[in-house]
Design a protein around this ligand. Structure first.
Ligand code: B12
Length: 228
């Protein structure tokens, strides 16, 4: 990376941190818990580290609250509300960290069933799921049911994402049945132009219309499995 580009991206990151710090401070000062939470979520999505959020957003805003309180510009009640909101967002960070840590121990396999060559969406899903912290194993296009089952036995994925564009729901059902013959608890996320109809649904199979739904759907399957 050139010096200028590196400097530019650091500058825009600092700008983002400043903008979020300002938004969080205003949320705290106006007692707006929802705005405060959504600012912290935005900070996490923007990949701010926990210590950046703690120090540059939460602590800085609380110091400002303290100053205003000392000067008599806000009441004790305002200060208490700001503290309560801060405690809640710290808990929110802990919960987000717990979900992220849980992903690190899980494996997601991706494939298109036999005869299916369309894999652009599947590759997008792989990127999203990997960026969220899951380990991914991409089998690619045109994977016969028995090959998928053999790979599942070998790699033991928690969830398999399948993409189906061309008509042929039987291919999907055969793929699922072949895997589940050996690993009945494997979860499935199915997407594409020709996903299975709801009436074909079996336990731990979810249908998605968009790649953007993939991560939360995989999360839901993994969480449900860990509760059983
Ligand atoms: C690129 C392309 C190809 C490429 C694929 C290359 C590759 N490596 O992927 C090639 C040239 C190989 C190809 C071949 C064919 N294609 Co083609 N192809 C397309 C095209 C132009 C783009 C598809 C694409 O990548 N879209 C972008 C992705 C991101 O969108 P998407 O797949 O729709 O996915 C969305 C959702 O479905 C969902 N999703 C999909 N999968 C998954 C999976 C998960 C887990 C999740 C969460 C979500 C999800 O997320 C996306 C939205 O966020 C479409 C046109 C179109 N309108 O889609 C035709 C299209 C899909 N193809 C078509 C046809 C007919 C064919 C061929 C039969 C052509 C031929 N006569 O040879 C062959 C069949 C190949 C086969 N057996 O699979 C038809 C399908 C019609 C149908 N369903 O019956 C289309 C719609 C073109 C058309 N208008 O006729 N094709």
């Amino acid at each position: 990376m050139s010096h200028d580009r590196e400097h530019g991206s650091r500058g825009s990151r600092q700008e983002k941190v400043r903008e979020l710090a300002q938004a969080f401070a205003s949320a705290l000062l106006s007692g707006d818990e929802i705005a405060a939470e959504s600012t912290i979520r935005e900070a996490m999505d923007a990949s701010l580290t926990t210590s950046e959020i703690d120090e540059q957003l939460i602590a800085t805003a609380l110091w400002r609250v303290g100053e205003l309180w000392e000067r008599g510009e806000i009441t004790v009640a305002d200060e208490h509300i700001a503290t309560e909101i801060s405690l809640r967002v710290v808990a929110l960070q802990r919960e987000a960290q717990r979900v992220a840590d849980a992903r690190l121990r899980r494996r997601v396999m991706l494939a298109a069933p036999a005869g299916e060559l369309h894999v652009v969406a599947l590759r997008m899903v792989a990127n999203l799921v990997r960026a969220a912290g899951y380990e991914t194993i991409m089998l690619g296009p045109d994977v016969p049911a028995d090959a998928l089952a053999a790979a599942a036995r070998h790699h033991e994925p928690d969830v398999i994402c399948l993409s189906s564009t061309m008509p042929g729901r039987d291919r999907l059902l055969s793929a699922i049945d072949a895997v589940r013959a050996h690993r009945p608890s494997t979860g499935f996320v199915i997407g594409g132009r020709d996903p299975m109809a709801e009436e074909h649904m079996r336990p731990q199979i979810r249908v998605c219309r968009r790649v953007s739904e993939a991560v939360e759907t995989v999360d839901a399957i993994v969480q449900r499995a860990s509760q059983n």
